[in-house]
Design a protein around this ligand. Structure first.
Ligand code: SF4
Ligand code: SF4
Ligand code: SF4
Length: 367
């Protein structure tokens, strides 16, 4: 299946916070907001496409800073699209909350990376956990009063420094009406953050039956408690070839969550990329190895319609290549000169190559 299903819009690259995990701490691109002309062109070009069902406002930057965000949501809602935003939640005052509900917002994911003030506010510099919880609770309660409950989610970026607080997130989830908690790893953009990662075990490529070198561990359903967790934890931290209730835990390795879900991402300037991670160029650390990812675009809104960009031969063939994941295993291999960027690889794939993508390994997740 290769229908466009979901459009990620980056409404702005401005932000009201200075999170220590953010790409913005090492970034030098100019900041800006998507103009109304570009957004209108995106909406108009939906006429030429059969499938899109969801529009999500996310990306680098805080969507609530865009003064026309409620109008954008309303425009998509009136076209029958499901509407979602991901936000830090700090600017969600009562007036804005009511405007978002009036606009027809269906889902709000709020980033909460800690439960105590010291942890949360140490990571999300400039934010207040109390204010964010009150803001989202108000939005949820008002939506319930209107008999159209909004779907609330929490996004938790897990690191060594905050993972202990994860179990307490259940209380916050109840307080704000959250129906899902999405835990993702983080990607270090600065060398001093690399020790915070929680994914040192190699993701592996040796599926199904296993091999003598990579035996398959077949795990049954059982309680996770103080008796079972220590041995299970030891197995999990030493091996990655594990099947749990016939679900192979590595099944989403070499699986792009964006391409398989029929997504595109559109930057504030109208550049159309295959996924949010390729909207911008940046250096990050794949485990301890620095890597420069160049941004990738297949066209620009305003110059071409979304449908003509989506149907371009090079974009279609790129999506097919990602679905079959014909990329060498750079993340496992450990790196060579070619893996310093995403320009090519040892199979001579053309730009962009995805063998080092942590989203495709199930390590990073987005709502
Ligand atoms: S709220 Fe998001 S965009 Fe803003 S600084 Fe934090 S991580 Fe970056
Ligand atoms: S595998 Fe990674 S880089 Fe490649 S399209 Fe998917 S998310 Fe983007
Ligand atoms: S491109 Fe380099 S790092 Fe990637 S798999 Fe090939 S040899 Fe290994």
């Amino acid at each position: 299946m290769d229908h466009l299903q979901k459009i990620y819009i980056e409404p702005t690259t401005r932000c009201n916070l200075r999170c220590e995990t953010c790409i913005r701490s090492v970034w030098c691109e100019p900041e800006g907001d998507m103009d109304w002309y570009t957004f209108k062109k995106i909406l108009e070009s939906l006429d030429g496409l059969p499938g899109p069902k969801t529009m999500a406002w996310a990306g680098i930057g805080e969507p609530l800073l865009h003064p026309q965000l409620p109008d954008m949501i309303n425009g998509a809602h009136e076209r029958g699209l499901r509407t979602e935003i991901t936000t830090n939640g700090l600017l969600l005052d009562e007036v804005l909350a009511m405007r978002l509900l009036d606009a027809g917002l269906d889902q709000l994911s709020v980033s909460i990376d800690g439960v105590t003030e010291s942890t949360y506010e140490g990571i999300r510099r400039g934010a207040s956990i109390t204010t964010v919880v009150e803001n989202v609770r108000f939005l949820y309660r008002m939506s319930v009063k209107r008999a159209k409950p909004i779907r609330i989610g929490i996004v938790f970026v897990a690191m060594k420094k905050n993972i202990r607080e994860l179990p307490s997130l259940g209380e916050i989830a109840r307080a704000i009406g959250a129906s899902f908690i999405l835990v993702t790893n983080f990607i270090p953009y600065r060398e001093d953050m690399v020790e915070e990662i929680l994914y040192r075990v190699k993701p592996n490529l040796y599926e199904s039956l296993g091999t003598p070198q990579f035996p398959l561990w077949i795990w049954p359903n059982m309680d996770f408690n103080s008796i079972t967790y220590p041995p299970f934890g030891q197995v999990m931290s030493a091996y990655s070839n594990i099947s749990f209730l016939d679900f192979y835990l590595g099944a989403r390795s070499n699986y792009c969550p964006f391409i398989h879900a029929g997504c595109v991402a559109i930057s504030w300037q109208g550049q159309v990329s295959p996924c949010p991670p390729l909207l911008h160029s940046y250096t990050c650390f794949i485990r301890k190895r620095p890597k420069l990812f160049y941004h990738c675009e297949f066209g620009r809104i305003g110059e071409e319609s979304l449908s003509s960009i989506w149907n371009k031969d090079d974009f279609v063939s790129f999506r097919a290549r990602v679905r079959s994941f014909d990329f060498p295993p750079c993340t496992d291999c450990g790196g060579c000169d070619l893996s310093e960027t995403n320009e090519t690889d040892c199979l001579a794939n053309p730009f962009p190559v995805c063998g080092d993508c942590l989203w495709a390994r199930g390590i990073l997740r987005c709502p």
